[in-house]
Design a protein around this ligand. Structure first.
Ligand SMILES: [Zn+2]
Length: 141
């Protein structure tokens, strides 16, 4: 995981720091979405909140992570598996296990409906219950 994290930092011309490596390794080791609070808990005082937050900001600016707002208004971050030039980044996130699935690009015909409106960010998050969690808890259906 660390080797992969180092490679990503180098690729993006970012200075390698322990904080950046630790934060990125969490995303590389999981398919889940994480909030700042989740990361603080996982890193358990190894890094303070503001350094974790700065790393998240840097990664979001570089397009390494994508930032979303979940249904409760909390910022959550997911690793960006999309190619940089793709049309609209959409994901499905399970609200029970926090797993995230990257969805295919949105059709160009759909984006054309924007007309002359200039798009700056386009992170679409669909939340719900994944197949696994539905099978585990049939009552929540
Ligand atoms: Zn789930």
């Amino acid at each position: 995981m660390t080797q992969e994290a180092i490679a990503i930092l180098k690729e993006n011309e970012l200075k390698i720091t322990q904080n950046r490596l630790d934060v990125l390794a969490i995303f590389l080791g999981s398919e889940k979405a994480f909030s700042l609070l989740d990361l603080e808990k996982i890193l358990d005082e190894k890094h303070d909140r503001s350094s974790i937050f700065r790393s998240l900001q840097t990664y979001t600016e570089k397009g390494i992570l994508e930032k979303f707002c979940n249904a409760s208004g909390t910022s959550i971050y997911v690793f960006n598996h999309h190619k940089p030039d793709c049309n609209g980044k959409s994901h499905f996130k399970c609200k029970d296990c926090d797993n995230v699935v990257s969805l295919p690009n949105l059709p160009i015909e759909y984006l054309q409906l924007l007309g002359k409106n200039k798009m700056e960010t386009m992170n679409l998050l669909i939340e719900g219950t994944c197949e696994n969690c539905q099978n585990k808890n049939p009552n929540t259906l």
